[in-house]
Design a binder for this molecule. Structure first.
Ligand SMILES: NC(=O)C1=CN([C@@H]2O[C@H](COP(=O)(O)OP(=O)(O)OC[C@H]3O[C@@H](n4cnc5c(N)ncnc54)[C@H](OP(=O)(O)O)[C@@H]3O)[C@@H](O)[C@H]2O)C=CC1
Ligand SMILES: C/C=C/C(C)=O
Length: 304
């Protein structure tokens, strides 16, 4: 997701850079633009480091017909920043790039988990952008919601959002016990943002015919060596579970429906959100790394 201000028509460019911020416009016939860019210097080895990125200044190529120049206002610290152009825009207009966080929760819960009123929904990374919306949508849908997150403050936040049960997965003595205590009858739906060990344990506590939406696997993204079991085939068979991975863009043709529904709930106060704002384009790698470490509450964004 990005929010950008239209500075000049005729320029919109996908680039190999992690983040681009046009910083100055030189007047004159050719209107050359310099921009600050974060360049991925080196592919991550294990957990990303600030030294993997380089901040550079570049001169952007001249605009071509049909292109727009966008100046970033807010950037998201996840890898799917996009911009789209509209012919009827004028200088100074604000454009919103692809939004995925809340739509991911909406379509994942409705279409993959197929939640029904009265069911019990489990979500991990629950205080983050996707997870916090999953929990609130499941409440709107008449479900019991169990969430877990990585700090006591985040757990307290989940309670303010209406989660029925919440726990700190980093401090519980047994994840298995914590999940059982939160829902002794097990789980109908599991919205998995984390994968790995958490998912293996949770899958054992699914109810018969439970549905598991594999949204993300953040506990695995920075592994240099693939993690091994415990393996989940046996509970999958005997509980007759359905597990489905998904990418939110599957429902691009229903974005308007999702955005309208979510906006209505936000306006009605039924869906609350929090933004973790890092100030300054220069701090983008730190914001990204901080998000991976769990320093964000809600959606992590950078105010350029
Ligand atoms: N399938 C799709 O179309 C999409 C998938 N995603 C996925 O959804 C998930 C959530 O994304 P998003 O909401 O943007 O990010 P979040 O805002 O949830 O931020 C990431 C959070 O993950 C938690 N986390 C990090 N490492 C671990 C770990 N080892 N174990 C458990 N929790 C961990 C941290 O919270 P804590 O303090 O609780 O540990 C951190 O705050 C990601 O896996 C992402 O890849 C996102 C968008 C679209
Ligand atoms: C579109 C985003 C995908 C993941 C897995 O984060």
């Amino acid at each position: 997701m990005c929010m950008a201000k239209l500075r000049e028509r005729r320029f919109v460019r996908s680039s190999p850079y992690v983040g681009v911020c046009p910083s100055s416009l030189r007047s004159g016939f050719f209107r050359m633009v310099t921009a600050k860019v974060w360049v991925l210097k080196k592919h991550f080895e294990g957990f990303p480091k600030t030294s993997d990125f380089d901040l550079k200044k570049i001169e952007l190529p001249k605009l071509k017909d049909g292109e727009l120049l966008l100046e970033s206002v807010f950037l998201s610290v996840d890898p799917y920043m996009r911009a789209y152009s509209r012919r009827d825009m004028k200088e100074g207009d604000i454009m919103i790039g692809t939004q995925v966080a809340s739509l991911t929760a909406y379509f994942g819960l409705l279409e993959v988990c197929k939640m029904k009123p009265g069911e019990t929904v489990l979500v991990n990374a629950a205080a983050g952008a996707v997870g916090s919306v999953v929990g609130q949508l499941a409440k709107i849908g008449g479900c019991k919601v169990v969430g877990c997150a990585g700090s006591d403050d985040k757990v307290a936040y989940l309670k303010t959002l209406g989660f029925d049960e919440a726990f700190n997965y980093k401090t519980v003595s047994s994840l298995d016990e914590a999940l059982r205590k939160a829902s002794p009858d097990g789980y109908d739906c599991f919205f998995d943002n984390v994968g790995g060990e958490f998912a293996s344990i949770a899958i054992n506590q699914m109810k018969k015919y439970g549905r598991i939406a594999i949204c993300g696997a953040i506990s695995l993204y920075n592994d240099t060596v693939p993690q091994k079991g415990p393996y989940t085939q046996v509970p999958m068979i005997f509980k007759e579970l359905q597990m489905e991975g998904f990418i939110v863009s599957r429902w691009n043709n229903r974005r308007e429906e999702g955005v309208k529904a979510l906006l209505k709930w936000v306006m009605e106060g039924k869906v609350k959100y929090h933004e973790q704002v890092t100030e300054g384009f220069e701090n983008m790698p730190m914001a990204f790394i901080g998000m991976l470490k769990g320093e964000n509450l809600g959606k992590a964004v950078v105010k350029v």
